[in-house]
Design a binder for this molecule. Structure first.
Ligand code: GLU
Length: 344
């Protein structure tokens, strides 16, 4: 007899659906046969939800200010807005400027952390904490003080790149290769104008890199830390490319070719860290309003993870006081409300 499920699927409906990667966390036997999207269909079809989100954020686009400390970012037109959804089934849909590339900035921190976790496992947490921080993302670390509070503030991200430099021959290349393969765009590149602009105007990050390098905990000089960091922040990607590149976080750590970058439990922990620390001092507000693990960047992008279902990435350049995009944050919140999908 077919097993009846509350939403109307029966186990026989699912027999033919097979995932290209191992079972999903918590779904047991059914998890090996169907996506969570099928177990938990959206309240509104995703293309309709995306179109509705765009209508509802129209008045928020351009509110706030484009990041102005890095001149190359200050030039970006505040009227851009895009949002894309990538499903674990391979579907990718979007509206607005969802295929236009922008500076991924701090969103890069989640990918470099994933790379480091794949090499270093829990050792990472000897070097950086995983505590939310209400301080600004570019807060100076204390000299001789505790490890940086989390890997997503600049001090923590510089520790992560320092460890990558210790463990890999060419982490800049490895990170770009990971993003190229997972996004499906082999031409992804670092925007050298953004690197140059941030190098010339990002004196605070140079100070943070010096403080981290002289802490005695890392062997690489501050110049190397800073260059690796500036290059990862200046990678240019679209909402569609970021959504695809982040899908391993929705697939329990499994990459597009079926290999596991991270174990299921490490992925769970990385997602938990994104939920609690991914939006700087606004992380708890974002957990409340969006309900997803996510990472924001001062380029105006936000990448969120719907475990077992897919990823959603929104972008609009104007930011609030925390450095998070106003229209993208609202779009993410509307998307989870309209689809009924969140981790809660
Ligand atoms: N490159 C930026 C900085 O370090 C990244 C910050 C961000 O996106 O939050 O100032």
């Amino acid at each position: 007899m077919a097993l009846e499920l509350t939403h109307g699927y029966s186990s026989t409906d699912m027999m033919d659906v097979r995932l290209p990667y191992p079972g999903l966390m918590g779904l047991g036997e059914l998890g090996a046969r169907c996506t969570r999207e099928q177990l938990n269909p959206p309240s509104m079809p995703v293309p309709d939800a995306l179109a509705r989100v765009r209508d509802l954020v129209r008045d928020d686009i351009g509110a706030g200010e484009v990041h102005h400390e890095i001149p190359a970012l200050a030039k970006v037109d505040p009227r851009f807005f895009g949002i894309a959804f990538a499903g674990v089934d391979g579907s990718v849909v979007g509206v607005g400027d969802w295929t236009r590339q922008f500076s991924i900035q701090s969103i890069s921190k989640l990918f470099s952390l994933a790379l480091l976790l794949s090499l270093d496992g829990d050792e990472v947490w000897q070097h950086v904490g995983r505590h939310p921080s209400a301080a600004p993302y570019n807060e100076l670390p204390e000299i001789g003080g505790p490890v940086p509070r989390n890997p997503f503030i600049n001090a923590g991200a510089l520790v992560v790149v320092g460890r990558l430099l210790e463990l890999m021959d060419d982490p800049r290349r490895s990170l770009l290769d990971l993003l190229r393969v997972e996004s499906g765009n082999p031409s992804l590149r670092v925007d050298e104008n953004v690197v140059e602009s941030e190098r010339a105007h990002g004196g605070r990050n140079a100070v943070i890199a010096d403080l981290i390098a002289t802490s005695g905990r890392l062997s690489r000089p501050s110049g190397q830390l800073l260059e690796q960091y500036l290059h990862q922040c200046a990678i240019a990607m679209s909402c569609a490319e970021l959504a695809k590149a982040g899908l391993f976080l929705a697939r329990g750590g499994v990459l597009s070719d079926g290999r596991a970058l991270l174990s299921g439990s490490t992925t769970k922990r990385l997602n938990a860290t994104l939920l609690t620390c991914g939006a700087y001092g606004a992380s708890s507000d974002m957990a409340y309003s969006v309900g997803l693990p996510l990472k924001t960047g001062i380029g105006g992008g936000i990448l969120g993870v719907l475990p077992g279902i897919g990823t959603v990435c929104a972008w609009s350049p104007s930011l609030d006081a925390h450095g998070n995009s106003i229209a993208a944050a609202k779009a993410m919140s509307l998307f989870t409300t309209l689809t009924g999908w969140s981790v809660f």
